[in-house]
Design a protein around this ligand. Structure first.
Ligand SMILES: Cc1cc2nc3c(=O)[nH]c(=O)nc-3n(C[C@H](O)[C@H](O)[C@H](O)COP(=O)(O)O)c2cc1C
Length: 222
């Protein structure tokens, strides 16, 4: 798949088949993604790839805690508000997704079910946790982690797999550290749900839009 095609046809996948993803396929994706750029080639990322029984147990623990409405305690603070212009895009994205899924605005029960499903990575058989060490400088480390995260999604897409980057999977880092046997110095940013997309799920028909160039690009002397 051409880079341009991968960039423009990748989309978040929010319903996965049970089909397992062989470890060789995951390695192939990560072998490509590790060539991502980073500050001074520091490569500040670490990844924890979890599947099988461990993921089932972790997913159950995450869902159980979320269902009790325990406030999230992420390692990297998550945005609570956005300036109006950005907030309206965020709201349009949520409305578009729920619209495609046939979930009405007032249907609290199905919205809640969607959040629980998000907490279990939409049924993905594999989750790739994106981590960094606590002694790294956060702002530019986030930049570099973003680069490899996008690369993973593109490499997976080119290999016929679907992904969804999820901050939701990083709400309770203590549970993730405990189930994955991670060191307390490991900090979590996102989890990437990975698997084969369910082609019949309405959620996977949803496509977000993008702003045209003239709204965010300033050409100077060109
Ligand atoms: C840092 C980050 C966190 C995200 N967290 C979630 C999440 O918790 N749940 C979810 O369904 N999608 C999540 N997404 C996916 C975005 O909603 C999605 O990328 C965006 O709407 C654009 O849609 P697209 O990926 O289909 O192009 C996240 C994306 C990023 C980059």
């Amino acid at each position: 798949m051409e880079v341009r095609e991968a960039l423009t046809t990748r989309r978040s996948i929010r319903a996965f088949l049970d089909t397992p993803v062989p470890r060789e396929v995951i390695c192939e994706i990560l072998e490509a993604a590790r060539w991502s750029p980073s500050w001074g080639n520091t490569q500040p990322w670490e990844l924890a790839v979890v599947g099988g029984e461990t993921w089932r147990r972790l997913a159950a623990a995450l869902v159980e805690r979320f269902a009790r409405k325990v406030p999230p305690a992420p390692d990297v603070p998550m945005p609570e508000t956005f300036p109006d212009e950005y907030r309206s895009r965020y709201l349009a994205c949520a409305a578009g997704l729920f619209g495609t899924m046939g979930i009405a605005r007032e249907d609290r029960e199905r919205r809640w079910a969607h959040l629980l499903n998000m907490t279990r990575a939409y049924g993905a058989p594999v989750v790739i946790y994106v981590l960094f060490r606590e002694d790294l400088p956060v702002p530019y480390t986030m930049f570099d982690l973003g680069a490899i995260t996008h690369a993973i999604t593109l490499a997976a897409h080119a290999r016929g797999l679907g992904t969804c980057i999820e901050a939701q999977l990083a709400h309770y880092p203590d549970l993730v550290r405990q189930h994955l046997g991670l060191d307390p110095s490991h900090r979590l940013v996102v989890g990437i749900a990975l698997g084969y997309a369910d082609p019949h799920a309405p959620a996977n028909a949803f496509r977000t839009s993008r702003e045209p160039l003239d709204t965010f690009v300033r050409f100077v002397d060109l």
